[in-house]
Ligand binder design. Structure first.
Ligand SMILES: [Mg+2]
Length: 210
């Protein structure tokens, strides 16, 4: 293994808990109506959060995508400063400092970078949600991360906390290692998963050595 890709929200840092996706979803509905009726992986995210993200999945390739993403981003930026680090973050970053790394997130670039900077996460390669490629659970963001890092799928691990992450990794042919956050995050039973970020990083590194 030469590269590790991280989901951001509730894997490295918790921003979602503090983000007003209720208001964001209402804004999106006022803007374009209900576009959230699309098949996406089951998740424990609350309904407005799912609605926002599923709408962006449904709108992939639609010329309204940027306007809708910007509406949601207003709320994501507004509460970025309230985000909190997940347990073990500093140790997890230190343990992976020798690897190529990227953050692959459903957050947009400005909000994601603000959140990473706030907590001193120095990972230069950030693959946020943007209209150029389909968001997770599609494989596109992970494929773009691998291309950017110059790493083959078989040489990378993706660490994330949601079924959307697991599905994206599977579709990209990248090994997935899940973080359940002591049961707060729910993942499919067949997924390799650990209770916290540091344990997931440890498992990824251990099997890479073996
Ligand atoms: Mg997450």
């Amino acid at each position: 293994m030469t590269a590790v890709l991280f989901d951001l929200d509730r894997t490295l840092i918790d921003a979602q808990t503090h983000t007003d996706y209720v208001s964001a979803a209402a804004d999106v509905r006022a803007q374009i109506g209900d576009w959230s009726d699309v098949a996406v992986p089951d998740t424990e995210w609350d309904a407005p959060t799912v609605e926002c993200m599923a709408t962006l999945v449904a709108l992939s390739g639609d010329d309204r995508w940027d306007a809708v993403s910007d509406s949601i981003e207003r709320y994501e930026l507004a509460t970025a400063a309230r985000s909190t680090t997940m347990p073990g973050l500093a140790d997890a970053l230190a343990a992976t400092a020798h690897l190529s790394r990227a953050v692959v997130t459903l957050l947009p670039e400005r909000a994601a970078r603000a959140i990473l900077n706030l907590h001193g996460v120095e990972i230069a390669t950030l693959i946020p949600r943007r209209s150029d490629y389909r968001p997770k659970p599609a494989p596109d963001q992970i494929v773009h991360a691998l291309d950017t890092l110059g790493v083959a799928a078989g040489d990378a691990v993706f660490i994330g906390d949601s079924s959307w992450d697991a599905q994206a990794a599977g579709a990209a042919g990248v090994r997935f290692v899940g973080v359940t956050n002591d049961g707060v995050s729910t993942l499919p039973a067949e997924v390799e998963a650990y209770p916290d970020l540091l344990a997931a990083v440890g498992a990824a590194l251990d099997s890479a050595r073996g």
